[in-house]
Each structure stands twice: as C-alpha cells, then as structure tokens.
Design a protein around this ligand. Structure first.
Ligand code: APR
Length: 240
C-alpha cells in the first residue's frame, strides 16, 4: 500500500486529555491554580520545599489513577493510526507528548515519547535510575538503588530543565512530511517551535485546538480533540 506521507510526527498537549477529566495548565480551572509555577515545577521549588512538591505531584497522580479518568477517542484514534500505518504502509510514525499522564499508552500507543516525563515514574537524584510509582512519594521513601531516603524525585521535566529525547525528536521533525500539534497552547519551548522546524524542512503542518493559539501552521482545525482527531486520522488512513 502507498501512503501520501513518508513520515508523520504528532505532538500532543494538555488539551487532548481535557475531555478525559485532566485539567489543562493554562485554563481558569488549571493545574497551577493554587500554586505558582516556580513553587511546584522548578528545581529551585523542589530544593526550597520538597514536601510541597511531592504533595502536588501525589495529588496529580491520585487524580490520574481515579477510575473515572480514561483515554478518550482522540487518544484511541492516534493509537489506531499508529497500528494501521505499521500494518498497511511504510510510513514512519512518531507520537510526542508533553503530557505526563499515561492516557496515550493506555489507549494503545507504542511509538511514544514523553518529552516532559511521566507522572507514574520517579527518579533517583544520585544515580538517575527510573522506577515506577503509583502511590504517594515522600521524603521518607527509601530509594531502591542508593538505599537513601530523600533522593527520589518525580520523573517530570521542570521549567529550566532540558526535555527528554530532544535529539531523536529533532531528527524526526526534520525528516517528516506531516506534522500535527493537538491541544497545546504553544506557550512552552522547545515544543512551541516544532511546527516551524518541521515546516522549514518541508512538512505540511496542522494545528488541532479548541481555538486559535496565534501559532503559524498551514491549517487549523478548530474543535474538541475528540472530534477533530478522529476526522484527521480518517483523512490520513483513507488515502492508504
Ligand atoms: N480539544 C482540543 N484542544 C483543547 C481542548 C480540547 N478538548 N481543551 C483545551 N484545549 C487546548 C486549549 O485551547 C489550549 O490551547 O489545549 C491547550 C492547552 O494548553 P496548555 O494548558 O498551555 O497545555 P500545554 O500546551 O500542553 O502546556 C505545555 O507547559 O506547563 C507546562 O510542562 C507543562 O507540558 C506542559 C507545557
């Protein structure tokens, strides 16, 4: 089968998980409502008040693990896109998410990069080793590798830290001929510059969002991700 694209890269942000019950960052009911970003999402914030930072991410983790929080049709359609492309075409596919939730993998996505880390992982500050965590994390938690309390931190990328897998991401952006950004405000770099990089190397660029973000893309599809993503996936797959 032939696909109209050689390589597809999709970037997702908090908007794709909004309909699953996880508040976005910059909405009025947003994640940061009661906390300044510097308090809970910077290395300095963690140094100043690790108890508060642990409490903050513990609450996010409990929210994510609530039985009502499930992937929505936008997550599952992206998983279907990946699997269909893999079985029916030679098109390369990469899904990059800024989200720290696990809704893409729960929907079945496999070729996934969590560029801002993962809420259900913790990392040893001594060794850099990464472990799964589903319960609360506290300063008393003894690390499995260094056997010390207080060395574990959430495996999330804070402001001032370098996002994960950037080399791999940049290579994919320069090689892709289709790039879509879904449910992201385009406020936080480097992700906010991915569309420009992909476009410079010749990709068709598409934004899917509830509303205009003012970012420059070839096309804008406005509406809820649960409606615009299935339509986009159908459009790509019907040409296979
Ligand atoms: N469907 C589509 N888009 C939506 C929906 C929806 N149902 N609901 C909200 N949106 C859009 C909003 O219009 C907004 O543009 O999703 C975007 C969410 O933007 P942000 O809250 O800024 O989230 P994001 O862009 O993912 O933030 C990037 O900033 O705080 C840091 O590290 C954190 O990964 C995060 C990064």
């Amino acid at each position: 089968m032939t696909s109209p694209y050689k390589s597809i890269v999709i970037l997702t942000g908090a908007g794709i998980s909004a309909e699953s019950g996880i508040p976005t960052f910059r909405a009025a009911d947003g994640l940061w409502e009661n906390h300044a970003i510097e308090e809970v999402a910077t290395p300095e914030g963690f140094q100043n008040n690790p108890v508060l930072v642990h409490q903050f991410y513990n609450q996010r983790r409990r929210d994510l693990l609530h039985p009502d929080v499930k992937p929505n049709s936008a997550h599952s359609e992206l998983a279907r896109l990946e699997h269909q492309l893999e079985s029916l075409s030679n098109t390369r596919f990469m899904l990059i998410t800024q989200n720290i939730d696990n809704l893409h993998e729960r929907a079945g996505s496999r070729k996934l990069i969590h560029m801002h880390g993962e809420l259900l992982k913790m990392r040893c500050r001594e060794t850099g080793l990464i472990f799964d965590i589903r319960q609360d994390l506290t300063l008393d938690h003894i690390c499995r590798c260094c056997r010390q309390p207080g060395n574990l931190r959430p495996h999330v990328v804070w402001f001032g830290e370098i996002p994960l897998a950037m080399n791999q991401i940049e290579q994919a952006l320069m090689a892709c001929d289709f790039f879509a950004a879904i449910g992201t405000s385009g406020n936080v770099y480097p992700a906010a510059g991915f569309n420009q990089l992909a476009k410079r190397y010749g990709a068709r660029t598409v934004e899917l969002n509830l509303e205009s973000t003012g970012s420059s893309f070839d096309e804008h599809h406005y509406g809820k991700a649960s409606e615009t993503v299935p339509a986009l996936v159908n459009e790509i797959l019907k040409n296979l």
